[in-house]
Design a protein around this ligand. Structure first.
Ligand code: DSN
Length: 478
């Protein structure tokens, strides 16, 4: 693709927007500048390709398309059918899945679609059976009451939040925590690793309807074959949320026991993290759940976003190319180099390292909370996010951890040498920052002290690391 075509496309788009609301055009331009200038280590972010971004900015956004391919509640969906079918086909081929549903707008939405599909498939309820065959009008008030009681009485076993699980796996700040009676499995306090024997014991004791695998802050591979065996042993449906590591599955870094798709009954993901697509979600499932999954809209989703499905089709086509496997492997090699660089400089890492795309630093050894460390790093041009560590004494708001990940910097072309330089900068910030105090002299979990001159110096060093690897080199807005 010529530099000219991409620059022209984005420049022209901004010119058109600027004619209506120049402040929006300015903000879009400023976002590119900010992203170009920061060392982005947020483990859940990436940079989608120009083709993926451009596929979202068009008249597909104007179309309603409730329903599924070939079976819509609106007329005139033939072109939406084309892109939805293409996205689903690429997803099935890429992941070796029997069925793909590409309408979810986000990871939370994808998980809700999956929860509903499992409930509808598994809950024994005469009222639900009637509802499923669209005899909703035949349901009495008593049926509805019984149905709600049965649906609200189901159990979910998922990874605990502080061990790296996700809010949508049955935790109270998310609707899943209100829908399900939830219990968590944690990690071994000594190693930080999943203890499969204890997980099996928890499953035997709790007998969940759904066993959830997957994480957003666990820096290790998970053996999904063992999780499936545990689910089978207690009659649970096995669901995996692979949002964080979908790119590693797509790129065949996680294969065999570590690939969730052949083992799980249902797999959910976002499309914008390591998979490097547009912001959105997706569900993959075995054939017996396909019919319920396809009812995602309007069961739990608003109208599909055809422009995003078009971009999913583009990004998934990109992920099927051979160079994506190389990219996925480099994500992990870079994360391991970053972990080694930090360990060599004395950092404490949860589980002692990584075998995926993320590293979780326990910053308590530096005398800092995660919140203090996150802000000090941001002042120094390094964008991360704070995260709980197992048994975190500072809770989910202040935390004791910093989560970092390599999908974005790897897209930019940084390699292991730059990861070591990045580790040096992170170490410099964390050792030069001290915890601050409140006005009354008590220790603060938010305030911190970092000499602005040091922060500026580190920001310049971060810019030097990035300079040889321009972001979107084919896009020149000047
Ligand atoms: N917000 C995503 C993350 O940062 O991990 C998950 O929802």
């Amino acid at each position: 693709m010529s530099r000219n075509a991409e620059s022209t496309a984005f420049r022209s788009a901004l010119e058109v927007i600027r004619a209506v609301e120049p402040r929006v055009a300015d903000a879009i331009g400023a976002e590119l500048t900010d992203q170009r200038e920061s060392l982005k280590l947020i483990a859940s972010e990436n940079y989608a390709s120009p083709a993926t971004l451009l596929a979202m900015g068009n008249w597909f956004s104007d179309k309603y398309a409730e329903g599924t391919v070939g079976r819509r509640f609106y007329a005139g969906c033939q072109n939406v059918d084309t892109v939805e079918a293409l996205a689903a086909e690429h997803a099935r081929e890429l992941f070796g899945a029997a069925h793909a549903y590409v309408q979810p707008h986000s990871g939370i939405d994808a998980n809700l679609v999956a929860f509903w599909a499992v409930l509808a498939d598994r809950v024994e309820s005469p009222a639900l059976k009637k509802a499923q065959v669209r005899q909703v009008n035949d349901l009495t008030e008593a049926d509805w009451f019984a149905l709600r009681r049965e649906l609200g009485n189901q159990r979910m076993l998922g990874m605990s939040l502080d061990a790296g699980g996700h809010l949508t796996h049955g935790f109270r700040p998310n609707i899943s925590g209100k829908m399900f009676d939830q219990r968590s499995y944690g990690t071994d306090p000594a190693t930080g690793l999943i203890d499969y024997d204890r997980l099996a014991e928890a499953a035997r004791e709790f007998k969940p309807l759904i066993l959830v695998g997957g994480y957003s802050a666990y820096p290790r591979k998970v053996n999904f074959r063992i999780l499936r065996e545990i689910a089978d042993s207690v009659g649970a449906t096995f669901m995996v949320d692979m949002a964080h590591f979908a790119g590693l599955v797509a790129g065949k870094v996680f294969t065999g026991d570590f690939d969730p798709v052949p083992h799980a009954h249902i797999v959910t993901t976002t499309t914008h993290k390591s998979l490097r697509g547009p912001r959105g979600g997706m569900v993959l499932c075995q054939p017996e759940l396909a019919d319920q999954v396809d009812r995602g809209c309007p069961m739990v989703l608003g109208g599909p976003l055809p422009h995003v499905m078009a971009a999913k089709a583009v990004a998934l086509a990109e992920a099927r190319r051979p160079d994506f496997a190389d990219y996925a492997q480099r994500i992990v090699t870079n994360a391991q180099a970053l972990a080694e660089g930090l360990l060599r400089r004395g950092a404490k890492l949860v589980t002692g390292g990584t075998d995926n795309h993320l590293v979780l630093i326990d910053v308590s050894g530096y005398g800092l909370t995660g919140r203090q460390a996150e802000q000090a790093l941001l002042d120094s041009g390094i964008v991360t996010n704070r995260n709980s560590v197992p048994q975190d004494p500072n809770g989910a708001w202040y935390t004791s951890g910093i989560r970092i990940g390599t999908p974005a910097l790897t897209t930019r072309g940084l390699g292991t040498a730059e990861m070591d330089q990045t580790a040096e900068l992170i170490h410099a910030v964390l050792t030069q920052t001290t915890a601050g105090a409140n006005a009354d002299g008590t220790p603060s979990k938010a305030k911190y002290v970092l000499d602005p001159a040091q922060a500026d110096k580190i920001s310049r060093q971060a810019a030097d690391i990035l300079a040889p690897h321009p972001l979107y080199p084919t896009v020149d807005l000047t």
